[in-house]
Design a protein. Sequence first.
Lengths: 268, 253
Amino acid sequence: MTVVQADTEVNAAAPAAPERRRRGVPKTLLNLLSVVLGVGVWWGFSLGGDIPAPPEVLERGWELIADGTLADDVLASLGRVLAGFVLGVALAIPVGFLMGWYGIVRGLIEPWVQFFRTIPPLAIIPLAVVLMGIGETPKIFVIFLASFLACVIATFQGVVNVDKTLINAARVLGAKDGTIFARVVVPASTPFILVGMRVGLGSSWATLVAAELIAAQQGLGYRMQSAQLYYDLPTIFVGLISIGVLGLLMDRLLLLAERRLTNWQDRR
Amino acid sequence: MITVSRVNKTFPLKNDRFVALGDVSLDVADNEFVTIVGPSGCGKTTLMNILAGLETPSSGQALVNGKAITGPGPDRGVIFQQYALFPWLTVRKNVEFGLRTAGVGRAERRERAQHFIDLVGLHDFADALPRTLSGGMKQRCAIARAYAVNPSILLMDEPFGAVDALTRVRLQEQLLQTWSQEKRTVVFITHDVDEAVFLANRVVVMAARPGRIVEIVDVDLPYPRTEELRLSPAFTALRNRVWSAVYHQEPVA
């Protein structure tokens, strides 16, 4: 056994690249600056008197936190989003895999997926109310539908896009269909699935407020609806900001998962 | 021993059919190093895919040790031009992939993988992900991966086609060095005439439309092949002969 020495071709540029990116103004500082500027602009507009100023909204936020309303609303909304989203993703991943792997399944399911994709989930609400009543079911169903449709397409695309050479490489190394699926197709399509999950999460939140128009007793969307009746702008702002912050937090969590699971990818 | 006997492969076109291989016959002896060189469209990759078991001939037979090839098998290792490393696995895990599918135990897997990682000179990069490797290193990893399952035949489809000329020369020398230590039957496809002559016991020259073998050139130069040999008149003469066989082909009506 001889050791072949030949590492003049070691790719020295690769590890150096991230270093270079970190130079200049740190990204977090820019983000922070942007937030401060945005609040400043908001404050500026509020001087016109049409919208509440930041301190007013902050004060209302404290009130809603103090009497527990905000926590209850957040929990109710979060529960709906999570239930719908988790169900949607849990169904979308196997269906997407089956569509990508078996031509028959794809032929049978794709027309329906494409058809329902063109209907905004909100347009399903009237039907959902008639069929499922006004309890939690129609709300969760609409969110489920939104996240399912976003995620199923991404998963399916991921499976279809798996490099044929990688599948051949696995086959010539003795892998059979089951192994190829578990050890090549699944990891290779993970980045697509995670992107699909993020899009699905986005549409889940987008659907939430409308879903809470259906005779809800609690929830951020409901709170904003009832605030609208009393011209209670600060509460609407608190609701908007809460939804934004929650959506952002969940998206960051998914992004973190994505980074960890797919750090093998080449990134720009 | 590889036996290709009167293999035809046609692909249907819109109104016509494309003859990728027309009546190709070839024997490759055990532990022989054969290179196949020819212009694009001469069916060399199709021939390799048939040997790998990824495609089936339209007619004729491809045999390994007298048995017809029915699909991919661990007796034949394949090295692709595009490396085809699993990007989510480290060098070590890539090399272990075939051993895992063969059900080799953890300890033995690790030991055998390490042996071939050392053999191709990637010991310092065993736990690196493919994206951090250069093209030449990726291809060496692919060679180690193919070797690890201990195939008696190595099929290489333009493995050095995507690396720069300097790296290519080194990879050729390393491949011969690895081959001389771990003798295998090698079928090596290339479009580079120098490479074909430098590596092979025999150079098979193919032509296109229909894909066929036009000439087989014996390379009776001694191993180990060195830089002096590459610059010697004997090498140049063989190279010129292969060159004219490749570049001055009469089209068949």
